[in-house]
Design a protein around this ligand. Structure first.
Ligand code: ZN
Ligand code: ZN
Length: 235
């Protein structure tokens, strides 16, 4: 980059490099890479490695990185939630509970999930379970119908609660489907990471209705096309 193109790497480049190494499972190398950076590592540089620790179940490194992230961004609720889930998966219930308590003590609450979509030059915002919008009955109807089609091919949500059916990103996609012309791509934005159930919901409907869906969450772009996602189910 520097020699051939004269581009000086910045935070975003370092963050991508850490993401690449993390995806490949090279956690130790990513850690050495971060330690040797010419700039002081920032939270966006640590975060992809933290996510990789989750995927590769490296609890020890996750503990170390959580400290680095919280030092730089003490309000990052994702760190507590992720650590708590990792402890729970490792059978360490007391430690899992401790993370939840710490989060409560610091009065960090999860930001409410919000998704938005542009339809005819107007931005429409959706929150989970939100029913205030006048088109909502139609949106719920559409989502129910899609869910039925997905169940017919043998898929169900992991989360058994009904709440997941009406997560904000689904409401925004449902609204796009009933409001936009059939040929138009659905482009939705979300302030938080998309949950695993909504991610597979999007994959299925991109196949069932044969329409691409693009979802930008706070981690990355997801391009759903004919039953699969550009992130390769890693995000
Ligand atoms: Zn969801
Ligand atoms: Zn994806």
């Amino acid at each position: 980059m520097v020699k051939e193109y004269g581009i000086l790497p910045e935070e975003a480049h370092y963050s991508c490099m850490v993401d690449l190494l993390g995806r490949a499972g090279k956690l130790e190398i990513a850690l050495i890479f971060i330690s040797n950076l010419p700039i002081k590592p920032t939270a966006p540089i640590w975060r992809p490695l933290f996510a990789a620790c989750r995927c590769h179940s490296d609890l020890k490194m996750a503990e170390f990185i959580s400290k680095q992230i919280l030092e730089l961004d003490p309000d990052d609720a994702t760190v507590y939630v992720t650590l708590s889930n990792m402890y729970a998966e490792a059978g360490l219930q007391a430690d899992a509970e401790e993370q939840r308590k710490l989060m409560k003590m610091k009065e960090i609450s999860k930001e409410p999930g919000c998704s938005w979509i542009e339809v005819y030059n107007k931005i429409y915002r959706f929150f989970s379970q939100n029913k205030s919008h006048s088109e909502m009955p139609k949106v719920y109807e559409k989502l129910k119908q899609l869910m039925q089609q997905i169940e017919d091919i043998g898929h169900t949500d992991n989360e058994k609660e009904d709440r997941v059916l009406y997560h904000s990103e689904r409401l925004a996609v449902g609204f796009g489907l009933i409001s936009l012309p059939a040929k138009k791509q659905i482009r939705v934005f979300k302030n938080l990471r998309v949950c695993i159930d909504c991610h597979s919901f999007m994959k299925h409907i991109s196949k069932i209705i044969d329409k691409d869906i693009v979802l930008r969450d706070n981690y990355r772009f997801h391009h759903f096309h004919h039953g699969s996602c550009s992130c390769g189910d890693y995000w």
